[in-house]
Design a protein around this ligand. Structure first.
Ligand code: DC
Length: 233
């Protein structure tokens, strides 16, 4: 049985939430859950199943049917040699596929669908019920676990975020232009903050972290102080 609190790490896309969340999880011996990866995997499923109409609309009826018929299973596995956490969709490792621009361009539409959010929340509640978990996402501290004992909200300048995302994409072998990545980030910021269901917003009891000009070491120092103050370490 896992022990520990739930740490909710929400914020804008490409603010380094996953790197930071992994650092915290390692420090505390908690598990780390990338909740955006679940929305991305569902988006990939919708693309591969031909549910995308006109490049920007989705056939929600067919997606709902797939969910009801339990045709979509998303889970995480840590794979050797690097012990990297990988996202599996119906048994296939889709960790790289879910990070492409195509998926990034459509994921906000999928994540705005209420029944998709309900489906993801069920998965997250199951994982979170035993505690000892760091979850990064958009609505963890506001909607999924509003009673999370520690909430952090991350932000950074869009240009800096676009540079970081571009680097990640080039490293994983995907070709992309800075302008396209920046546009995608701005579009997602807008959609994430303006959707009707669980829009991205800072919980009143969250602690703000703007890491535009902070190194990873500086962020680690920042969180160590908070963990000490809250007597978590
Ligand atoms: O963190 P990310 O960029 O991989 O997230 C992908 C998309 O999923 C993003 O556009 C917002 C959405 N998302 C969400 O709505 N709620 C979450 N808890 C996590 C992600």
């Amino acid at each position: 049985m896992r022990r520990g609190i739930i740490i909710a790490l929400d914020g804008y896309s490409s603010t380094g939430k996953s790197t930071f969340a992994k650092m915290i999880a390692r420090k505390l011996g908690y598990i780390y859950i990338d909740t955006g990866a679940i929305y991305r995997a569902i988006t990939l499923y919708a693309i591969d199943s031909g549910f995308i109409i006109n490049e920007s609309e989705i056939n929600t009826e067919l997606l709902l049917k797939s969910i009801k018929e339990e045709r979509i299973s998303v889970y995480f596995r840590t794979l050797p040699p690097e012990n990297k956490s990988c996202t599996f969709l119906n048994g296939a490792n889709v960790e790289n596929e879910i990070r492409t621009l195509k998926v990034s361009g459509l994921v906000s539409i999928v994540a705005a669908i209420p029944f998709v959010r309900e489906f993801v929340d069920i998965i997250l509640h199951r994982i979170g019920q035993e505690g000892g978990v760091v979850m990064d996402g958009r609505d963890i501290g506001t909607a999924v676990f509003p009673n999370a004992q520690l909430k952090i909200f991350m932000t950074a300048d869009p240009e800096i975020r676009a540079e970081r995302r571009l680097k990640e994409m080039l490293a994983s072998g995907e070709n992309a232009k800075f302008e396209d990545v920046l546009e995608n980030i701005r579009k997602r910021d807008y959609m994430d903050t303006h959707r009707a269901t669980s829009p991205l917003t800072m919980a009143p009891d969250a602690i703000l972290l703007d890491n535009s000009h902070l190194t990873l070491d500086e962020q680690l120092l920042w969180i160590e102080q908070i963990l000490q103050q809250k007597q978590i370490i």
